[in-house]
Write a protein that binds this ligand. Sequence first.
Ligand SMILES: *Cc1c(COP(=O)(O)O)cnc(C)c1O
Length: 428
Amino acid sequence: MTHDMKPVFERRESQARSYCLSFDTVFTKASGSEMTDTDGRTYIDFLAGCSSLNYGHNDPDMKSALIEHIAGDGIAHGLDMYTDTKAAWLTAYEEIILKPRGMDDYKVMMTGPTGTNAVEAAMKLARKVTGRRNIVAFTNGFHGMTMGALSLTGNTSKRDGAGAEMLDGVTRMPFDGAFGEGVDTLEHIEMMIDNPSSGIDAPAAFVLEPVQGEGGLNAASKEWMEGIARLAKRHGAMLIIDDIQSGCGRTGTYFSFEGMDIEPDMITQAKSLSGFGLPFACLLIKRDHDIWKPAEHNGTFRGNTHAFVTARVALEKFWKDDAFQKKVHEKSVMLTSGLQAIADCVPGATLKGRGMMQGVDVGSGELAGAICAKAFEKGLIIETSGADDEVVKVLAPLTTPVDTFQKGLAILLEATQDVTGQAKLAAE
Ligand SMILES: *Cc1c(COP(=O)(O)O)cnc(C)c1O
């Protein structure tokens, strides 16, 4: 079956395709934490749509709510008109997410449906609110592929995709830990921004991911984040947290910065926001900054009505109390020990990230790629991250059953042992 279907991709689909090159089979079905291909082979999914499927594939409650909505001729597309499903999601978001976290001061803006749309909106709004152009972004940051978001993104191969287009208006600063342990990059950044003769224009915003999803799972410390927040405030710049990959429970709490004493001016959300893998993004804006006039930032697909249905179910099912968070935390602890066993097979390997957003830096992209390829042969879908793709990154659905999770980690360990030859050494 797979062989019959594959030629059309090679023949017709643009060579800009990518994930399919690592996972070279034709998928047909998915449920929970597993995907099945045309040959009937089942794979454990430790990629989860790059954290777009935090609640797994085809969650039964989201699925039935969506089927019911469609079967009842519920609205499929309504521009940004008022609908019952939008009211229900906004109310749930307000009651379950914002209010309990003391975040009543945020307005919700529906942007275009992908993450990069939310980032573009945040950049535009920050520049409009402050009347300044310069935006501070960080080494290894990833914020999307449209022109504005790409200007914030550090990765050279991604930036090269823009050809001769200008990706300017951004000042790059070192992320927490960028100079290695023992160097406090916050001091360096403060010196550059506080010094009126540093040559850096007053910033409109600081944009950052608390855990860098694509850039190697670098996790900023609470102290560093709070320092950046204070610095932004001191200079009248917006603090924009890009929680597109690290949010929706990925690090163990709904927002990745919970427990830090920071109050972002804007927060971007996408990826797992719909809960079901549907395209849906939004920008949270501190009330004072909500200055765009009607349609000043517009779009045809702002607020995905089907996603409103599934996103509401996700909030009601997983976030009404802290039971889910506790389970995610337990799994994170398992993940750390599973990854430590893997790191122990590779001299010099280190653990990266936090929560259910962790990985192993194995030192080279070649080795990390070989481990992921071997894991796929053994039935595990997993990808790399980092400047040289040197981090084997686990993004399992947060809902993965413990036995499946352990099985996936065991496959990853075996794959690492096979690739590094450690299994043979241990047996001798
Ligand atoms: C994926 C991602 C984006 C871009 O989202 P798209 O839906 O791919 O446009 C932006 N920021 C972060 C942190 C991401 O992980």
